[in-house]
Design a protein around this ligand. Structure first.
Ligand code: BGC
Length: 767
């Protein structure tokens, strides 16, 4: 049969099927959209050869300028041929309406069945118009702003031909040495789950077939954030309690809200690389949680099963990963070479393949790709949507909300708008590239508003800018620590002289955007290069310093905390960075962010997190002459520099009247809590009111605090609002070591306040 005729044949089968459906609708009960899609998938599956089925499980990276001639170098030529033969189900990193149309056209017109590709891309914190890095956004605790930010990302990406993002990364991590903490929501499973839901909703909307929405992907399943010693791609060895209570909840939340795909990770868990873990992928994800979408491997992670020493060769790796439940092979190129034979040899059951392919086809149907494979390829929409003023406004809004005020003595902040002489110092202050972070594939380099530009918009002050020192040397994108450190102090003097002359010094220090992210683990979390030295030199001549941090992870800034009166955590805030920072520094936005991750005093304290366990020896027993044998370090206190949930405002808040509706509750009852929060300062402001619990006795030991609720409250000067929280079975229970959810009777403490350090407490009993 000629290819075109075969394609028409397939369309006819689908159309016939759809007509039958219509007839049925009038006579019998109308099928749901899901049932309709199930039937379409089944009938399409029946038309497919085993090669075509395996083809759907194969994903290739973008390879040549698809709008130009086909190159004749091996890899690209092979991929092109595979597209024509229907041996590719998805492409990643092809972008732009024109380019996507070109690859889509190859499969639709040349392959036998013309099954459209699903086009994936790392739309991590925006496509072209960038929001803050995800860790920064998490500091906003503002679920609406985060959802909106994902909507913007989806609108731009979908206008550029993309219909699937490899986001959100929902990996919980307690180790800021791990460079990828910038891509997640921090250390807490409750906050992480809420943010996972907000992001999935933002990307997918209510209707996946809407042209502005794209499929989301919760990654990396699972426990990648617990890489030993924060070293990228390292072994992970967490116990069951941590796995079920810390690692899995955000994935479960994403699945429950309907995330369409999951990605597995590069890590192993308890001796099994997660790409080949049927415990995670089949037992937990697909069976227990009932996940109906598909799982994509991480980049070449199926092939890496061989490198791990878990599979003996590529054939073995393809067998293990497919049986385990990795449905799509990202760039390992081994499903496409091995799976057909594995099925023919009876090693992998065709049912395994059918299951994977059904899942993939279902998402394609839901996206509407079978109705119109080119629906995301409208160049005029692409021009109109990307970088629109509406999007710029949305990313500026979330950028402001992501800033965390860490310290503000002598009310150095906000800066006065007139009559001050300000010295702005630091290479990062004049950066329009670093604020874009390291995940900005589609964004043009150097398109962020720098802090210098943002501050220049305020014209009432005299502003002098000096670099002082570089953060990195060489090409920042491929920087490694060894090449980072510069010895060049030649511009120190200019900076110091400017500081001498100034009323206030704003020093912008931290990491370049490319110093965090994948493959960018670090062991020294101080200010890179000569920045610490610059800070100390400037401090010698002018103590009125506002330190603005730019970074993708918690840093160890103990010296600064001790000496510098004002510290602002400004992360990497994306396209609108400079405006967001300037508006906060000048008080046009009163900072309201709270840390989603603990800041350690030094690297030796890592991993350090607020929801730790009590241990058998939590505190020094003052009556005991033996002062050594308790859980502590002998050279530094146990507390972090800044705890989880911490962040100041230009105003002050007070908490009072923490009230529970009862003292004793039956197991099915809800616990209703109220607290009064007042603005006791001189400016209107917003507070993130946080609720923590402690379950005093458990059949598995419980953390000393667990976040179980939060509310954002805006208060005028002198205003008081009553904030309400409800605790239910879900918030009071926990997972035992078998992954079973338990609710145990007994005593609970609650804590309410503006950080995990809050001391305002009450208690109740579950009887
Ligand atoms: C990362 C993933 C990413 C993929 C595709 C991998 O290196 O771990 O998170 O989605 O590449 O770019």
């Amino acid at each position: 049969m000629n290819k075109k005729i075969k394609y028409i044949f397939y369309i006819t089968v689908i159309a016939t099927f759809m007509t039958c459906d219509k007839i049925k609708k009038n006579t019998v009960e109308s099928p749901t959209k899901t049932e309709e899609i199930e039937k379409k998938v089944d009938s399409l599956l029946k038309l497919m050869t085993i090669e075509e089925k395996v083809g759907q499980m194969n994903q290739y990276n973008g390879f040549w300028d698809v709008t130009g001639p086909v190159p004749d170098d091996g890899d690209a030529e092979m991929k092109y041929e595979h597209l024509k033969q229907g041996l590719v189900g998805s492409m990643l990193s092809v972008r732009g309406a024109k380019a996507v149309r070109a690859v889509q056209k190859i499969v639709v017109e040349d392959s036998r069945l013309g099954i459209p590709l699903i086009i994936g891309f790392d739309v991590i914190h925006g496509y072209k118009t960038l929001s803050p890095i995800p860790l920064a956004e998490a500091a906003s605790w503002d679920l609406e702003a985060i959802e909106r930010s994902a909507q913007v990302a989806a609108a731009e990406a979908s206008a550029a031909g993309i219909n699937w993002t490899f986001a959100p990364m929902v990996d919980i991590s307690r180790d800021p040495r791990w460079g990828r903490v910038m891509e997640g929501a921090g250390e807490d499973p409750f906050l992480g789950s809420k943010i996972a839901v907000a992001r999935v909703k933002g990307f997918q909307g209510n209707d996946l077939s809407d042209v502005n929405t794209i499929a989301a992907c919760a990654k990396h399943f699972a426990a990648y954030g617990f890489s030993e010693a924060g070293k990228e791609y390292n072994t992970v060895d967490v116990g069951n309690s941590t796995l079920h209570n810390m690692v899995l909840p955000p994935f479960k939340a994403a699945v429950d809200i309907g995330v369409k795909t999951l990605m597995n990770g590069f890590n192993e868990l308890d001796g099994v690389p997660v790409t080949g873990s049927s415990y995670l992928l089949r037992d937990i994800l697909k069976d227990k949680w009932g996940f109906k979408g598909f799982v994509v491997s991480d980049w070449a992670s199926i092939r890496e099963l061989v490198v791990w020493g878990y599979a003996k060769d590529n054939r073995d790796a393809a067998k293990i990963a497919s049986i385990a439940g990795s449905d799509m092979d990202m760039e390992s190129h081994i499903y496409v070479t091995e799976l057909v034979q594995l099925v023919r040899d009876g090693v992998v059951k065709e049912a395994v393949i059918d299951d994977a392919v059904s899942r993939i086809l279902t998402v394609k149907f839901e996206l509407g790709l079978f109705d119109d494979p080119y629906k995301y390829c409208d160049e005029s929409r692409e021009k109109e949507v990307i970088g629109s003023p509406k999007h710029m406004e949305a990313v500026l809004d979330v950028a402001k909300k992501s800033i965390v005020l860490l310290k503000n003595e002598e009310q150095l902040l906000p800066l006065k708008k007139e009559g001050q002489k300000i010295a702005l110092i630091g290479a990062l202050a004049n950066e329009n590239n670093s604020p874009l972070g390291s995940w900005r594939i589609a964004s043009k380099d150097s398109t962020a508003v720098s802090i210098l530009t943002g501050m220049q918009a305020y014209k009432g002050n005299t502003l002098v800018y000096k670099k002082g020192t570089d953060v990195t040397v060489g090409n920042a994108e491929f920087v490694n620590e060894i090449s980072v450190n510069t010895n060049d102090k030649s511009e120190f003097d200019q900076a110091i002289n400017a500081a001498k002359e100034a009323d206030v010094v704003v020093l912008v220090l931290g990491e370049h955007g490319f110093q965090s992210g994948e493959g960018r683990s670090r062991t020294d979390l101080g200010l890179p290069g000569l920045q610490q030295e610059l800070l100390e030199e400037v401090y010698k001549v002018n103590k009125k310093i506002v330190l603005v941090l730019n970074n993708g992870r918690p840093l160890t800034i103990s010296w600064a905390d001790k000496h510098i009166p004002a510290i602002v955590e400004a992360w990497q805030l994306g396209t609108q960075t400079g405006h967001a920072v300037a508006q906060v520094l000048y008080g046009d936005y009163n900072p309201s962010g709270k840390l989603p991750m603990t800041f350690p005093r030094n690297v030796g304290q890592i991993p350090i997190y607020y929801n730790y366990k009590n241990t058998g020896r939590p505190v020094l027993d003052k009556n005991n002459p033996n002062l050594v044998f308790w859980s502590h370090y002998s050279d530094i206190e146990n507390t972090p520099l800044y705890p989880f949930g911490y962040g100041l405002s230009y105003t002050t808040f007070e908490y009072a009247k923490l009230t529970l509706d009862k003292r004793v509750y039956a197991i099915n009852e809800e616990v209703n809590i109220t607290v009064d929060v007042s603005n006791t300062g001189k400016l209107a402001g917003k507070e993130v009111v946080q609720l923590y619990i402690r379950d005093l006795v458990g059949s598995v030991t419980r953390p000393v605090k667990e976040l179980k609720g939060f509310e954002l409250v805006t208060l005028e000067v002198g205003e008081t609002k009553t904030v309400e929280f409800t605790l239910n079975k879900e918030s009071l229970g926990f997972y035992n070591n078998k992954g079973e959810f338990l609710l145990e009777l007994g005593d609970f403490e609650i804590f309410v306040g503006g950080s995990s350090y809050t001391k305002l407490t009450s208690s109740f009993e579950l009887k």
